[in-house]
Design a protein around this ligand. Structure first.
Ligand SMILES: [Zn+2]
Length: 201
């Protein structure tokens, strides 16, 4: 049975607050969405994950037509692309978490699966992570680049920007994002140890 809208909003706020408290969603740049009765509920523009309120969700239909007065995050087309490409997804998280962003700045990554599997958990909780080439945040060029590759992996890292992670529900998306950020942290530390690289390249 589908969860009530109230339950989904509570889970979304819990997730947002916890990502913020632990430094994985900074300022007002993170956004999340979930589906309810075929419509997309996405955090409003300028909202802060540390202080998200139940009324701060814009509602759009699956074609992107706005159904309430609340202005959505400018990154809402990324969320809609995921729902169109992944019928199993009913929630999407996007943050600018430090280790995922650090990893996304490296050159020579495998674009169809850019995260190393130093532990099995990322594959268990999410799957493959595609790399989306850098385009300006919120730009049509970014949405086009994302659309082109959204079918080719289970989650995504926007180069020089941050992760986009889907889930069957909000909590599943949260677990997957946690695993991606942990995997990026582990990969970053191991790379430093292995290469002794301490400068950006
Ligand atoms: Zn962003």
């Amino acid at each position: 049975m589908e969860q009530t809208l109230d339950t989904k909003i509570k889970e979304a706020i819990w997730t947002a607050n916890n990502l913020f408290k632990r430094g994985k969603a900074t300022g007002s740049v993170a956004n999340l969405s979930f589906l309810h009765e075929g419509n997309m509920y996405v955090t409003a523009t300028g909202t802060c994950f540390g202080n998200l309120k139940p009324e701060e969700f814009a509602v759009l239909d699956i074609e992107g037509v706005r159904l309430n007065e609340t202005k959505p995050s400018k990154e809402w087309p990324l969320h809609l692309s995921v729902y169109k490409a992944k019928p199993d997804a009913s929630a999407v998280l996007h943050v600018h978490s430090t280790y995922s962003v650090l990893w996304s700045c490296l050159s020579g990554l495998n674009e169809s699966d850019c995260m190393p599997n130093h532990t099995p958990y990322l594959k268990m909780k999410l799957g493959t992570v595609g790399l989306i080439p850098y385009e300006k945040p919120g730009s049509q060029e970014l949405f086009n680049a994302f659309d082109k590759r959204v079918h080719t992996s289970d989650g995504w890292l926007l180069s020089h920007h941050g992760p986009v992670v889907p889930g069957k529900g909000i909590m599943e998306a949260f677990y997957a994002l946690e695993e991606l950020e942990e995997s990026a942290h582990i990969a970053w530390e191991l790379r430093k140890l292995a290469t002794g690289v301490t400068r950006y390249e």
